[in-house]
Design a protein around this ligand. Structure first.
Ligand code: HEM
Length: 486
């Protein structure tokens, strides 16, 4: 998911009231405000939502704490379900009810389909040539449909099944050898390897090249998550030059561009010797698909080199941090809640009935597994300011059972649970991410019994969140795996 773009535009957190609430923050352009709040004649008589007092220049920034979603949640309790803030000079609308979220993301979806500008992200993502930053319109529509058709559709996700299974099997072998594992690191490596293989055709995690690329990807994600003062307070835009941030962004953008040039060139050479992708739908990677479109000119515009590279970057930015964060928090909660772990293991063992490896077919019958993942996405949505929570009873408790006899899903139709957003600009990568998450989690609990390192009680597990683009654990999750007797 590309939360860096999404967060200022569409952001959610939760309220602890007894009804189902989400807090919806949307950064509106003044044009949108006019559309929403101004009657044609009464421009001076605005009926704007209540606002906390603001300061000159910075607006309400000083009221956002270290974890901004938590500060917004607290403010919304005081100012109500519809509240107006100013981030520097940018007006921001905070909506805190599922009904309002539905109104905005469904009824008025078109009005809110534009992304706010972000100079740093735009430099990193080929000046809005990617899907997530592209201005709403025909180019964005075509690019999104390309990413779905070539990478994220049901059919494509299914075709990557062998890659998922092979990588998960290597992951399990590694755990079996190590037993005492840093799950945070391992989840990150696994989800990266899967996206490298399906997008680029091979892994980029080994040796010196792997180390460099890992560092580069880390820098990219960090920079995309940085709050850029100049976007909100233009008069302070010069600060980035002084701090060296502009130079860092330039350096990472160039390094990625060089890397992607090499990747595309390698694929072009491969295409010259073989038919696309070296034969077979299953062996065709994302870059092969993009080059094929470029060659056959099947879209209504020229899919140039920058558009191809921007698509690849979107896939990295969308698929890496977000996917592993879900696994990290799911295992954290299961280790803190041995009862839930037990129920999950019982379900998985029953369905696996002695098989060492879980497959996609087995997953369909695993209802508790799906409930665990939904509950994880509810309590720990990876995208900081798009924080949906189902405020049923005990909203702070980890209770997968709440999803067992409920039709609520995260596909963007149920506005109580929208970790992937909703509407036109909703995340296209839901299927892709969840296919990995379900298979990894089911295999992990099928093969191993899990415990916290000796001396650490479930209630003492550090739950501190890391601020940034995606919210992962601040402290890595360490756990001890004991294989079940075969
Ligand atoms: C657990 C994993 C993921 C989460 C939680 C997540 C979350 C999100 C969210 C919240 C948005 C903004 C939606 C909105 O504005 O309404 C988004 C957009 C997006 N995500 Fe994801 N995402 C995930 C995985 C992926 C994957 C695997 C990909 C692609 C490989 C991806 C690609 C994108 C793209 C391209 C957009 C921009 C869509 C647009 O602007 O039209 N995401 N994601």
């Amino acid at each position: 998911m590309l939360s860096f773009n999404a967060s200022p535009l569409l952001s959610f957190t939760f309220s602890l009231t007894s009804i189902t609430l989400v807090l919806f923050v949307t950064l509106l352009t003044l044009k949108c405000l006019h559309l929403l709040f101004l009657s044609s004649a009464a421009a001076t008589n605005l009926h704007l939502p209540p606002s906390p007092p603001k300061l000159p220049i910075i607006g309400n920034f000083h009221q956002l704490g270290y974890h901004s979603h938590r500060s917004l949640q607290a403010m919304s309790r005081r100012y109500g379900p519809l509240m107006m803030l100013h981030f520097g000079s940018a007006p921001v609308l905070i909506v805190s009810s599922a009904d309002c979220a539905r109104d905005i993301m469904k009824t008025h979806d078109r009005i809110f389909s534009e992304r706010p500008r972000s100079t740093l992200s735009e430099r990193l993502l080929y000046h809005r040539k990617d899907v997530s930053l592209a201005p709403y319109g025909e180019y964005w529509r075509q690019m999104k449909s390309i990413s779905v058709l070539q990478l994220l559709s049901n059919k494509r996700v299914h075709s990557f099944r062998t890659v998922r299974e092979e990588e998960i099997s290597l992951f399990m072998d590694k755990i079996e050898q190590l037993r005492w594992v840093d799950l945070s690191n391992m989840f990150a490596a696994l989800t990266n390897d899967i996206i490298y293989r399906v997008a680029l055709g091979r892994k980029y995690s080994d040796g010196e090249q792997g180390k460099n690329f890992k560092g580069l990807l880390r820098d990219l994600m960090r920079l995309l998550g940085i709050f850029n003062v100049g976007d909100f307070i233009p008069s302070l835009g010069w600060i980035n030059k002084l701090t060296g941030l502009d130079a860092k962004v330039e350096c990472v953008a160039r390094a990625f561009d060089k890397f992607l040039d090499d990747v595309v060139e390698e694929h072009r050479r491969k295409m010259e010797v073989k038919s696309v992708g070296g034969g077979g739908e299953d062996r065709r990677d994302f870059v092969d698909g993009l080059l094929e479109i470029e060659k056959e000119k099947t879209v209504g515009f020229v899919l140039g080199a920058d558009s191809i590279k921007a698509q690849i970057l979107d896939a990295f930015a969308g698929a890496t941090d977000t996917t592993y964060t879900v696994l990290e928090w799911a295992m954290t909660e299961l280790l803190r809640h041995p009862r839930a772990m037990n129920i999950l293991q019982t379900e998985v063992h029953k369905i696996a009935s002695g098989k060492p490896n879980i497959t996609d077919e087995d997953l369909e019958k695993m209802h508790y597994l799906r409930a665990v993942l939904k509950e994880t996405l509810r309590l720990h949505p990876p995208v900081p300011l798009l924080l949906p929570r189902l405020s049923t009873q005990d909203p702070d408790e980890f209770k997968p059972e709440r999803f067992l006899n409920s039709s609520v899903d995260f596909k963007g139709q149920d506005f109580e649970l929208i970790p992937f957003g909703a509407g036109r600009r909703g995340c296209p990568g839901t299927l892709f991410a969840m296919a990995t998450n379900e298979l990894v989690l089911a295999n992990l609990v099928n093969k191993f019994d899990w415990a916290l390192p000796e001396g650490l009680k479930p209630e003492d597990l550090d739950m501190t969140e890391c601020p940034g683009l995606t919210i992962h654990r601040k402290v890595h999750l360490l756990a001890v795996a004991t294989p079940f007797p075969s």
